[in-house]
Design a protein around this ligand. Structure first.
Ligand code: CTP
Length: 418
């Protein structure tokens, strides 16, 4: 019996896939189809899949062509599979010519002509064409535009549009966002949404009433390592949480006046990011907080450095943010059994460690992160709009709690240091 194996994502199964499977089967007597897991796809930069692994498996099974379906979960698995299943022929489409020649050592490798004129990417792009307004300036906005290129079906437009990316000054956000939501345009806005809890609440209400989406642009919320770290914390691997401490600093180049990001003070630029793990892990119901600030320009409310200390019923937290002071940009979550350390720069991390008293118990975790999380954030935004369902990773109560902190800061509820 000749055993054939082939691999693919098979998102939104189309006739190109079916023709490939039929020809693969015809190469032998028994066909094994390896379907990529969602995590494996993400790690190889495929971030646009519309269907889950289970849906993709079901669609391939339904063709009746595959004799066996397996899941491809890790780099190098093909060699393992070929040996394990006693495979005689490995085959894929001609878009991969040359890429799998190294498998010749284990079995015969056949590249089949790819069917012209169809691909999952094209189908996805046709299913949702989302025009996002941006006039592609510099700094953060330029990054956003570049990242949008990785998401199927996104067009960056400078005239007509369905949604808008906003990165104006935080004090302008309320009007800028309201203006768009009122016209039923969805918005993705660099955090903070506004510097007032009530205004932020009002804008989310407006988005809901107008059946559009308001996304709090916190890219860290879309990093796989960050999400997995939160899950580990919640599952109790380090016991009860007693402290969350996050630091984010950068030395701003105030001469680069074209980049709007340079006009953001430390608390607006870094506060929302640093507050994210605090609020995600300990919630937003803190009992007390103290904001301590060192000014660059008190009149303009431009802080060089700000520290916020929180007291919760059973835990404490602190954040340190700065644009004119430098420190180690790490995140540490302290628990009663152990701690988690996310090394600098933790807000764009692909790696963290769980550590215990006995170093032999320590565990390291790595998850691929492309584009600092921005492309995943844009993909979630686009998916929300096309599916009319919210896929945001930032809960609304956290956006409101972040706005409340900024509100208190601007109301002068702070301790000043010289
Ligand atoms: N394939 C094919 N003809 C097409 C599309 C895909 O023969 N028009 C083959 C690929 O070469 C591969 C298998 O089908 O062997 C699964 O491909 P997959 O990457 O899942 O499909 P694509 O449509 O290429 O997906 P994407 O656009 O996301 O890259």
């Amino acid at each position: 019996m000749i055993k054939v194996i082939t691999y693919g994502t098979y998102d939104l199964l189309h006739y190109g896939h079916i023709r490939l499977l039929e020809r693969a089967k015809a190469l032998g007597d028994y066909l094994i189809v390896g379907i990529t897991s969602d995590d494996f796809d993400k790690s190889r930069g495929k971030i646009n899949n519309q269907q889950s692994l289970m849906e993709r498996i079901a669609a391939v099974r339904e063709t009746g062509i595959a004799d066996e379906i397996i899941v491809e979960e890790y780099e190098g698995q093909k060699i393992d599979d070929i040996k394990r299943y006693g495979v005689d022929i490995f085959t894929v489409g001609s878009d991969w010519v040359g890429k799998f020649d190294y498998l010749n050592e284990y079995c015969k490798v056949v590249y089949l002509e790819r069917t012209q004129g169809i691909s999952s990417s094209e189908i996805r792009a046709k299913q949702r064409t989302l025009k996002i307004f941006s006039d592609n300036k510099r700094g953060v906005e330029k990054k956003f535009v570049m990242e949008a290129d990785f998401v199927n079906g996104i067009e960056i437009s400078s005239d007509e549009y369905d949604a808008k990316y906003i990165v104006s000054l935080p004090k302008c956000h309320y009007n800028d966002i309201k203006n768009e939501l009122s016209r039923c345009k969805s918005v993705i806005c660099e955090s903070p949404i506004t510097c007032s809890a009530n205004q932020t609440k009002e804008l989310f209400e407006l988005a809901k009433n107008n059946k559009c989406f308001l996304f709090d642009g916190l890219k860290t919320a879309y990093s796989t390592a960050f999400s997995r770290m939160l899950l580990l914390v919640k599952s109790g691997v380090i016991g009860d949480i007693v402290s969350v401490d996050a630091t984010c600093t950068s030395m701003a180049d105030f001469n680069e006046s074209d980049d709007i990001g340079n006009k953001w003070n430390s608390i607006c630029a870094w506060g929302p990011i640093a507050l994210l793990p605090v609020f995600r892990i300990l919630g937003t119901n803190y009992k007390q907080k103290r904001i301590t600030t060192k000014w660059i320009d008190k009149k303009e409310k431009f802080d060089a450095f700000t520290k916020i200390d929180f007291i919760y019923d059973n835990a404490v937290a602190s954040i340190k943010v700065a644009k004119k002071a430098k420190s180690e940009g790490e995140l540490i979550v302290t628990g009663t059994k152990g701690y988690i350390v996310v090394p600098a720069p933790w807000w764009k991390t692909d790696y963290f460690e769980v550590r215990y008293e006995n170093p032999q118990d320590n565990k390291r975790y790595f998850y691929q992160l492309d584009g600092e999380g921005i492309r995943y954030e844009i993909a979630a935004f686009a998916k929300s709009i096309s599916a009319m369902k919210n896929f945001s990773n930032v809960p609304i109560d956290i956006s409101i709690a972040i706005s409340k902190i900024l509100e208190d800061f601007y109301n002068g509820d702070i301790v000043e240091i010289g």
